[in-house]
Design a protein around this ligand. Sequence first.
Ligand code: ADP
Length: 526
Amino acid sequence: MSIVSTLLRARDAEGGHNVAFGLIAVALAAAVFYVDTYTDIEGAIAVLYVVIMLLAAQATTRVGLFVIAAACAALTLLSYAMTHGDDADLQSTTRLIVALAALFVTTMLLVKTETARLTLLAINSALKESEARYRSIFDRTRVALWERDYSKLRSYLMDVRAQGVTDIKTHARTNPTFVDHCIGLIKVVAANEAAREMLGPESSAVGSLRRSFITGQERFLDVVQAIMDGERVFEDMAEVRADNGEDKLVLLSIAFPEDPAAFNRVVVSMVDITQREMALKALAEAQAELTMASRAATVGAMSASLAHELNQPLGAIVVNSQTLLRWLDRDPPDLAAVRRSAERMIRDSQRASDIIQNTRGLLSPSNNKLESISLDRLIDETMALMEHELQRSGTTVHIERKAHIPPVSAVKIELQQVLINLLTNAIQAMDEARSPQRIIRIATARPDIDHVSIAVRDTGPGITDDVKDKLFAPFFTTKAAGMGMGLSICRTTLEARGGKLDGTNHHDGGAIFEMSLLIKPEVEHA
Ligand code: ADP
């Protein structure tokens, strides 16, 4: 039974058929053998075994074919031996050879056909399997997918191009019905579950593409241009309108096939990025607020120096006004001296007003303009702002200025804020460690053609290993009253303009922070 089942093609539906073919073949073989052996009919009767082979081929496997061919050849030889065993003549021997040759050739051809058939079946089943796999991915994936037929649109666009049109946007402007016509040529072949969930059943329905589906003609014309230019992939952000009228921001991706014949099944995917964009916007807003807050904190830290700075001109004004009164009280009043005192008072008032103006300016968003800044001046102005704090903490500052450092195009308050943060951190580190020698070295340099840098080095305890990796992480602080935002914001601020901020330990001790700046940043506003 097992031999029979190996020889018969194992196909259940055709099982009955195969048995019938098998029985007919056996009966015919018996008939041919009988006629060949026991009748006087002369001729290559054995050639009829070929018919048996042809019948058997319908029901058997390749191995079966060889077995049956061998059986037929054996019967032919047996019949030959029984009838011409003693008196073999040339004619009968030739008939035998013809019959055997016919059997051999037929068997080989049948085996070849069967092999081709099996290969075809295998390819077909692989194709079906891959189609089923694709379908299952298409249906189950959480990415919204459509299959659209762009073939009509493509051939229309090829005609348009043949007429000499290359710029689709200009063409659409002169032909107001062009966009409508193009949309009418696109058919939605299929949409998956995620697509239906994203846009609702109507907007994702199979049929013609809805007009309001992609909002904005320009974006649609970009797709049209991509097809006309023979691009393989189109990717862009687009706004689409769902059934409920809600506009969604999606990442649209269309994979155009290489073969023009395959334009009838183009896969279009959309990823809803509305939420992500909203989150990014909220994040940017929060970051901006935090930067503002930190700027306010910087100004707060400078208020001590501000009070100190204001003290001086205000004190001078008081002294000068008293002197002025004294000159006035003289008899006769010394008007020239009164004038000198009044002029000094005006100068000091102006200075006080400038100081206040400066501080207010630090907080104003309108102060965010790029300007040409000399590093030396930046350092001097920042030192002036920090003077009081440096004095209070008993810190000495050495400035090593490198010659020929070009000015940078930057927002002054941003650089000042970074420098103040680095100086404050250095002072605090040396304070906390009660360093006996408190020295800050500020050095300018030009590491390469596009960059300049300012390094701030202190004589504090340096950065410990467990702090090293978290130094620039937001909210990381080792100070009781620290916020941990200073270095993080400084780095973000510099990177937004193409700069860098790094911190490490100096081999002679203490920490060294280096801010490097692009001389000409491409970004106008961070
Ligand atoms: P905060 O000053 O509020 O702690 P920062 O982001 O400015 O926030 O600094 C983060 C941490 O980095 C500090 O708490 C400190 O541990 C470390 N740090 C910063 N500057 C120095 C320095 N010059 N020397 C040693 N450690 C430093």
